[in-house]
Design a protein around this ligand. Structure first.
Ligand SMILES: Nc1ncnc2c1ncn2[C@@H]1O[C@H](COP(=O)(O)OP(=O)(O)OP(=O)(O)O)[C@@H](O)[C@H]1O
Ligand SMILES: [Mg+2]
Length: 382
């Protein structure tokens, strides 16, 4: 897909910003706090209907304004034009999403139409951080490629909350209310198993793409590995095996769950293990290897989504140029701009100096106090 125009009104510190984008590389330069990341956040709003980091819409609203809009004009790979607009009204506390002026009832139904791959400093936790950080990454990728998966996740969260509530009551009252928990066990197993099957299938597909992406970036003989490690053991995935093992695991854990008041097994406790040459990356990888792994994950995400969504994703790189060395940086940009469109933020006007990306129609935007101050087209960034 090609993002042709971005319009932000009363969005963070952007009162009224219009950006005509290059189909290749778009770079937003500016000092700290000028509103560069806010532009990427705006893109995230009309592509994913929400921020890629802020939890709620009201913080995005320009202070003192009654409403904001983030609008994107997108040309799909198949040549269809879309205008997607997300509007948030403070007084009604309501978010409205429209595609070509037609209202979208369920915001989640838009996920996957306009795929986005985001790399920002917070993503370092994917390789360094807790299992929850890796689950969030995997869920984000799979959700963009499968509506059913996204709906299952939403459903699972609801079921888990209810089940935990009952367990918490049992903990407080020191009782054992089997009748109350049974129906929730069944739902947890049904929806949870479908998530687990999809995760397993995803990792099988993604592994090979990741190996290729890593080789493209590192150019060395290192080999990355990704393993799915569910919260309970189950044999090969055939028929009802996951469901049966899930049920057994719940039975085994029930007394502990009652004691501590929450659910101990299920996809919310799954882990994904990242390895380099067979060693656990979290514990053994060097700083540079962590970076390579993370960028390779993002590149693999790009190719996976391109394939699965039948739409080339756009790549958003927030403040990552200074973190990556030049070699990795060039490889990433080459790989992404060969097929897609990239949006980069940087405080360093010279961060891309010497990087010949002539084929990518680079366009430089200088951002100051929530405005585009200057635009430069450059075939050679310097
Ligand atoms: N709701 C809001 N209303 C008005 N201004 C806001 C709002 N939220 C954030 N800002 C302002 O936006 C600016 C931050 O924008 P942004 O995060 O895009 O900066 P940046 O250019 O990416 O900076 P850095 O280089 O430090 O990452 C700050 O000046 C902040 O005060
Ligand atoms: Mg920023």
């Amino acid at each position: 897909m090609n993002l042709q125009r971005i319009v932000l009104d009363n969005f963070r510190n952007h009162s009224s910003t219009l950006i005509d984008c290059s189909p290749g590389i778009n770079i937003f330069f500016g000092n700290n706090g000028e509103g560069k990341t806010n532009i990427l956040e705006g893109i995230s709003y009309f592509c994913l209907t929400k921020s890629f980091y802020a939890a709620n819409d009201s913080v995005v609203l320009k202070i003192g304004s009654p409403s904001f809009t983030a609008t994107g004009k997108i040309l799909s790979d198949s040549g269809v034009e879309y205008e997607i607009q997300v509007e948030f009204d403070r007084e009604l506390s309501q978010k409205t999403v429209t595609v070509n002026k037609a209202r979208v009832d369920k915001a989640s139904s838009l996920i996957g139409w306009f795929p986005v791959v985001i790399l920002s400093p917070e993503h370092n936790t994917i390789t360094f951080g807790s299992p929850a950080d890796r689950r969030r990454f995997i869920d984000f990728v799979v959700s963009q490629s499968s509506r059913i998966y996204l709906e299952s996740l939403i459903d699972y969260r609801r079921i888990l909350k209810q089940r935990n509530k009952i367990l918490s009551e049992m903990q407080t009252t020191r009782s054992e209310n089997i009748d109350a928990i049974e129906p929730w066990n069944d739902s947890l197993i049904r929806v949870g198993s479908s998530i687990m099957k999809k995760r397993k299938e995803f990792i099988e597909d993604f592994r090979g793409i990741m190996v290729d992406a890593y080789a493209q970036l590192s150019g060395m003989g290192e080999r990355p590995g990704i393993t799915y490690s569910p919260s309970f053991e189950y044999a090969e995935n055939n028929g009802d095996v996951v469901e049966t093992s899930f049920k057994k695991a719940l039975q085994n854990q029930f007394s502990d769950e009652r004691r501590i008041g929450y659910t101990l097994v299920g996809p919310h406790r799954d882990e994904f293990i990242f390895q380099i040459n067979g060693l656990h990356a979290k514990n053994f990888a060097s700083q540079g290897q962590h970076k390579t792994f993370l960028v390779a994950l993002k590149l693999a995400e790009f190719f996976y989504l391109k394939n699965r969504c039948s739409e080339t994703p756009i790549l958003l790189l927030d403040d990552v140029l200074s973190e990556l060395d030049e070699y990795r940086c060039r490889r990433l940009l080459e790989a992404a701009t060969n097929t897609g469109q990239v949006f980069i933020t940087s405080t360093d006007e010279h961060a891309l100096d010497g990087l010949s990306v002539a084929s990518a129609n680079p366009r430089k935007f200088f951002v100051r106090q929530g405005r585009i101050e200057r635009v430069e087209d450059a075939t050679q960034i310097n």
